[in-house]
Design a protein around this ligand. Structure first.
Ligand SMILES: Cc1cc2nc3c(=O)[nH]c(=O)nc-3n(C[C@H](O)[C@H](O)[C@H](O)COP(=O)(O)OP(=O)(O)OC[C@H]3O[C@@H](n4cnc5c(N)ncnc54)[C@H](O)[C@@H]3O)c2cc1C
Length: 464
């Protein structure tokens, strides 16, 4: 399937710049209007988390509601543009480029509480804060993103990233920077084995582990000694990506670029000093898809087959879940594929399945796909409209179609704009007539490199 069986999009540099400018920095990736009038209310609204989803909701609601008492619970002073982390770890961006003060985005007139939420008493509509105080709410928006569970890999901790040949783009911006250094050190060594892993759970930006493999392959090829390096990709399931066309494409491309793929293995332990990794064969019975049912409790390894292998560089992708404070609340899913691990919302209305005054947005929700900032952009108007309808006792007017987008970097300087949603076996939902999601192009690379970040900040500001 390396041969493309369709007409590639024919767009020259001049046309692209014209379209790009017209689309208003296009990325994240189409424009939605905000024309509705303000609604008078004295409701107490608490937003947990001020990342992409929480900040977008704070801005939207503060504009739409007149008189509401809105609290934003977010301990960080700095906002991190996480979609830039793959570019940092690939040596393309400086880390500073990904950071902005949160004060730039927090709207006037809301109560910014610089603390962590420590618990939720959903029956009594209370949030517990880390200092022991409590916040009452009439409506709650949960937007605290997801938790990286490095501790589920024996011997692994995010502090190890950057030492002993260990990289992990997810750990933090410092982790992404140290991942770049670890890749640099491996390439400078002139030979050796690199292992790229994936997690046996849903992860944010499911393309990120693949992007790290592709950009590293570009760098190995550029070193002129590609044949001296072994590259392996260890996947917990049969699939490498949810979207079927892209899944086939990536597998074929890995095969073409000499990446050894092994399926149904998860990283279960690491010995940093010895530079050895243990993988557990989870087998086709626990087939991984992004809507899998593999539970933390089922990470038991007794009687399972293991492979221990040495490495010179390893890219670690931790298992992920909703944060602990949410897992121990009644808002967590009680059954179905997301039980015990993710927020229990209707994946179309984004309203909690059991507490109608609660909504969720972003990485924290239980949904088969959607852990991207692009999804947050699509979800924010849905949560806004549905929460305002709920507040007025009306039927919820909007539904999220699962839209998600990944600029799948297939090498340094080229990418594919993969946009898809829940329906029709994750069929493509392209935003632009001039970009075919099946094409690799510098156009999409330029979008990722230059245009998505301003569009992302527009989402935070509630302007897109
Ligand atoms: C390496 C990488 C590459 C990515 N690439 C892309 C990409 O190319 N395209 C794309 O669209 N998306 C990408 N993403 C995903 C995107 O960044 C996330 O999907 C998006 O940030 C999700 O928004 P969120 O609001 O749910 O979570 P976040 O933006 O992570 O925000 C969560 C916020 O909650 C706060 N918080 C956490 N716990 C608590 C608590 N207990 N109390 C109060 N506050 C709390 C945190 O401080 C944080 O500010 C990437 C992510 C990573 C890590």
């Amino acid at each position: 399937m390396s041969e493309q069986d369709h007409e590639p999009s024919r767009l020259n540099r001049r046309q692209f710049l014209k379209y790009g400018a017209g689309a208003g920095a296009a990325g994240l990736l189409y424009s939605s209007g905000l024309q509705a009038r303000a609604l008078a209310t004295k409701s107490r609204i608490v937003i947990l988390g001020g990342g992409a989803g929480g900040m977008a909701m704070a801005n939207r609601l503060s504009r739409r509601l007149d008189g509401a008492r809105i609290s934003l619970v977010e301990p960080r002073e700095v906002h991190h543009y996480q979609p830039g982390w793959t570019l940092v770890a690939s040596g393309v961006w400086n880390p500073e480029k990904t950071m902005r003060p949160n004060s730039r985005f927090v709207p006037n007139g809301i109560n910014w509480i610089r603390q962590l939420a420590a618990g939720i008493d959903a029956a009594n509509r209370k949030v517990e804060l880390e200092d022991g105080s409590q916040l009452d709410y009439d409506y709650l928006i949960v937007a605290t993103g997801l938790q990286l569970n490095y501790q589920l890999i024996d011997g692994m901790s995010p502090d190890l990233v950057g030492s002993h040949g260990i990289g992990s783009v997810y750990a933090s911006i410092e982790g992404a920077t140290r991942t770049r250094d670890a890749i640099d050190a491996w390439i400078a060594q002139g030979s050796g084995k690199g292992i790229f892993t994936a997690a046996p759970t849903p992860v944010k930006c499911a393309g990120a582990p693949l992007k790290m493999t592709f950009t590293t392959l570009s760098r190995l090829e550029a070193s002129g000694r590609r044949e001296a390096f072994q590259v392996e990709y260890m996947a917990p399931g049969d699939a490498l990506f949810t979207q079927p066309y892209i899944n086939d494409f990536v597998k074929q491309r890995f095969d073409d670029q000499g990446v050894t793929r092994r399926h149904h293995y998860r990283l279960s332990a690491i010995d940093p000093q010895a530079r050895k990794a243990e993988f557990t064969f989870v087998g086709p019975d626990s087939e991984f898809t992004s809507h899998h049912e593999l539970r933390e409790a089922e990470f038991s390894r007794e009687g399972e087959r293991k492979v221990v292998t040495g490495y010179d560089f390893i890219h670690v992708v931790p298992p992920m879940s909703a944060p602990d404070y949410l897992k121990s609340s009644d808002l967590i899913a009680q059954d179905g594929p997301f039980r015990g691990e993710w927020l229990d919302v209707d994946m179309h209305t984004l309203q909690h399945n059991r507490y109608p005054e609660v909504f969720g947005i972003g990485d924290v929700i239980g949904a088969p796909i959607n852990k991207t900032a692009a999804s947050v952009k699509a979800q924010a108007p849905v949560v806004e409209a549905n929460l305002i309808a709920q507040l007025q006792g009306q039927t919820l007017p909007r539904r999220h179609n699962g839209y998600t987008s990944c600029p799948m970097i297939t090498g340094i300087g080229k990418a594919m704009l993969v946009e898809f949603g829940y329906d029709n076996d994750f069929a493509f939902l392209p935003s632009f007539p001039f970009i075919d999601p099946r094409d690799e192009s510098w156009v999409t690379w330029v979008m990722k490199d230059r245009m998505l970040q301003p569009a992302y900040y527009a989402v935070l500001e509630g302007r897109a």
